[in-house]
Design a protein around this ligand. Structure first.
Ligand code: GCO
Length: 451
């Protein structure tokens, strides 16, 4: 059994994590450029100044994608590279880079999927209050227009925000990511609301200015719960867990997804968060709830839950459970139940916009990079996805994170998620065993994955 004929087999990366050239060709500063300079913020003092040097080596990298046989590549555009101050003056040289990259991808038969914002927020806008500023949705809309004007004669697949939960909560509430703020909850909920409005405004701009019919999605974190057993009670418990808000945790799928797909915040969220909510204007949900073509989400792992008679409870992990180098549990079931539950609730074709693992890879004595754990991880996850597909979940595509090792945010270069190994000193790329394995998966259109 293979996947549907037009299944999108892809890999992903993001601008700040791979491009480098942080100060070149007129690029403006982002909050990540600033955060990396602050002592103690990023492991080992690493920065994205050079990263994988993809800005200068993009042709080699696209060549590697072609060698792997990728059908699609999910990339992001750096907002301050294109508009150094975040609004106003456009940096043509920055746009030229994305022009060249898109052309090279298309020349190699790889479909670009563009994420408009993957965390590298313009520092100049941050100084104006960033996501707190009531103009922030408009700034994002104007930036969207600039990118769409330039690329939409060739690019037809768009995503607005990547993991807003992370850049808002980790960046502005926990302080673990750029810009490193610990704001209070009123500010947090105002930022969430503005980022949702920004998503909506961006979709409006893509629809309005795209030169070709296009597909638009959103790429939040998919926080997955999966049932301990196949009993109806456990399945219902997992479903409830996935779509409930919690009092002191703000990552709930529904808070970030219901407005976008259903045009409202979830009722149970009001119960907990009402006291911190900003003024919500009458038309806000109309702006946020734009028609979308697919349901994108990033899923790396899930939580096992079961029914406890009155609701759900988390099942304690067994001693010595499987985990990746970054210490995330290995739970392939997340790729069966996650897409299934999301499809049930939001009724849009699903695209897994990220899934993958960090492994302690190094160049082996034979000069190759053997990463059997990653092959096993991908195999198990794609197998679950295939099961979900054949059980009736509409799944359009799968992007593994990442095409190459890269700057893992506050963890710097210490975590390797790539199909391709990067030697950060010489910038040499080596295809890992998993890259060759994924090539075979793509070549067989998933037929070699037995369910
Ligand atoms: C994301 C992150 C990626 C990370 C990856 C591994 O979208 O989650 O933006 O950039 O590198 O998820 O943590």
């Amino acid at each position: 059994m293979s996947f549907p004929k037009d299944f999108i087999w892809g890999a992903a990366a993001a601008a700040y994590q791979i491009e480098g050239a942080a100060q070149d060709d007129g690029k403006g500063l982002s909050v990540w450029d600033m955060f990396c300079k602050r002592e103690g913020c990023v492991k080992d003092g690493d920065t994205g100044d050079v990263a994988c040097d993809h800005y200068y080596r993009y042709k080699e990298d696209v060549g590697i994608m072609k060698e792997i046989g990728l059908k699609a590549y999910r990339m992001s555009v750096s907002w301050p590279r294109v508009i150094p101050d975040g609004f106003g003056q456009v940096n043509e040289k920055g746009l030229d880079f994305y022009d060249r990259l898109v052309d090279e991808l298309l020349r190699c038969g790889i479909t670009p999927y563009i994420t408009l914002f993957h965390w590298d927020y313009p520092y100049e806008l941050y100084k104006r209050g960033g996501w707190l500023n009531p103009d922030s949705p408009k700034w994002f809309q104007e930036y969207t227009k600039v990118v769409v004007d330039r690329l939409s004669d060739r690019v037809t697949n768009w995503m607005t925000l990547n993991e807003p939960q992370c850049f808002i909560i980790l960046g502005h509430y926990d302080g673990a990511h750029a810009p490193g703020l610990k704001l209070d909850k009123n500010d947090l909920f105002l930022m969430i609301h503005n980022s949702l409005l920004a998503h909506g405004r961006s979709v409006e701009a893509i629809r309005k200015y795209s030169k070709k019919p296009c597909q638009i999605g959103y790429a939040p974190c998919g926080i997955v719960s999966f049932p301990d057993t196949d009993s109806d009670d456990d399945i219902q418990a997992a479903r409830t867990a996935m779509f409930s808000c919690q009092e002191n945790r703000f990552w709930a799928n529904t808070w970030w997804m219901d407005p976008v797909y259903l045009g409202r915040y979830p009722e149970d969220g009001y119960k907990y968060y009402e006291k911190w909510l900003p003024e919500i204007k009458q038309d806000d949900f109309k702006i946020i709830n734009q028609p979308l073509d697919f349901f994108g989400c990033n899923i790396y792992y899930g939580t096992r839950v079961r029914s406890n008679g009155i609701g759900y409870e988390e099942v304690k992990k067994e001693t010595g459970y499987a985990q990746t180098s970054i210490k995330w549990a290995v739970t392939p079931e997340a790729l069966y139940w996650g897409p299934k539950f999301f499809y049930e609730r939001y009724k849009k074709p699903v695209i897994i916009t990220e899934n993958g693992m960090s492994n302690s890879d190094w160049v082996n004595i034979d000069g190759k990079v053997h990463d059997p754990q990653r092959i096993d991880y991908l195999h198990r996850h794609i197998r679950e996805l295939k099961k979900a597909l054949f059980d009736g979940t509409d799944i359009k595509g799968y992007f593994t994170w990442s095409i190459m090792d890269n700057f893992e945010w506050a963890l710097g270069y210490s975590e390797r998620f790539g199909l391709v190994y990067v030697d950060y000193t010489t910038k040499k790329r080596i295809l890992k065993d998993s890259a060759y394995w994924y090539k075979d998966v793509i070549k067989s259109n998933g037929e070699i994955i037995n369910v």
